[in-house]
Design a protein around this ligand. Sequence first.
Ligand code: BES
Ligand code: MN
Ligand code: ZN
Length: 424
Amino acid sequence: MKIDEYRKKGLNFAFGREGFRDGTYYLETPSSKEDARRKGAVLTGVLKKLKAGEANISLEKLPVKFRQSFLEGCLLADYSFSKYKKERDKEAVLYVKGAKGVPEAERIRDVVFFVRDIVNDAPDKVNPEGFSKIATSFKKVKVFVGDEGWLRENGFYGTLTVGRGSSVPPRVVIFRYKPEGARKKIVLVGKGVTFDSGGLDLKPPKYMKGMHMDMSGAAAVLGVARAVEAGFKFNAEIVGIMPLAENLPSATSYKPADVIEMANGKTVEVENTDAEGRLLLADALIYAEKENADVVIDLATLTGAAVVGLGELVAAMYSRDDGEADKMERASSETGELVWRMPLLKEYKEDLKSKRADIKNADYGRSGGSIMAALFLGEFINKDKWIHLDIAGPAMLSKSFYYMPEGGTGFGVRLLIQYLRGEK
Ligand code: BES
Ligand code: MN
Ligand code: ZN
């Protein structure tokens, strides 16, 4: 597809009163940025169905404020994970030129596809080692990979414990970006469980399916580094922390009833080995706090309960700071990545009390699972300017939705970019 300012021959699209007239299909003027993105996605869908290699799209009548989003929608919808398919589905090859805003939309697409490709890839490819390899391919961002020795020295005891059951050792990837004159420092944390079988508390097959995508939070954070690589500029200093581990059952796995002493001195009773993500995140949040950042933001495919409560399209957001939560909500309404703020109800902390340790990692009462996980995390970070995004729903979709494909969606990376761009 060729998106151009001018019309040539072939399939013609333009904006105006909806309908087909004089060889041109007119699309209704979008009512919002998200509507523009979705209209772009629908158009791409039509072109793919028609197996049309090329189409002319006149953006003349499209209000300038919607251009960027429309182009993004067109491009983000043209995704499929076909790396391992010998016989690829024939698709409209999407290429755009001419129109203003195209390079920016293409950069966004490259970053989002980078994240989706990591999320969708096979768990034996993207294991802690494979993820680290991808992360060290950047040039503009400093990337550090911490091995088991580093994890021990730096108190990542939760990560080490979860990773113990696998023959591929856990790691942490940390990137640093510091533009000149930065006035704010923002730490991003992403859950990087490269495969979550549940561990000894093994998941049933139906629930294990898709658990190679349990590193979607880490992938979104790494996407910010990829964005810098693509030329995006931010004013704030950014640190990305991605603890990585495989959660597997084996003779060396951690067990229910194990007790872990975390780096902040708190002891955690393992009630369920499937509540592993919060153990990795706790390490990273303790570490993040020592960075003296202005804000800490974590993204994690943390609980099935978030999906039950909000469905697949919305991330659960938690924060003790109304201002930061508002900022994130504003970023969300710009990018169309939906978030809904949930309460960090301290009344529920009672249920995290352990008889054998300071706190337990799960409770067998089944209520409020996403809130319980967020409360657990809150025990490992004291600052109020902390945002936790439980992205278990939107990080991976069971069916496509406009420009969001089935499988890994890349959710969160555009949101982070938008949020970071708001920092002057
Ligand atoms: N990775 C899962 C959460 C998840 C579930 C993400 C479905 C995406 C889709 C997480 O590690 C997990 O297993 N959580 C448990 C916690 C429970 C044992 C307290 C859950 O949600 O069931
Ligand atoms: Mn789990
Ligand atoms: Zn998990």
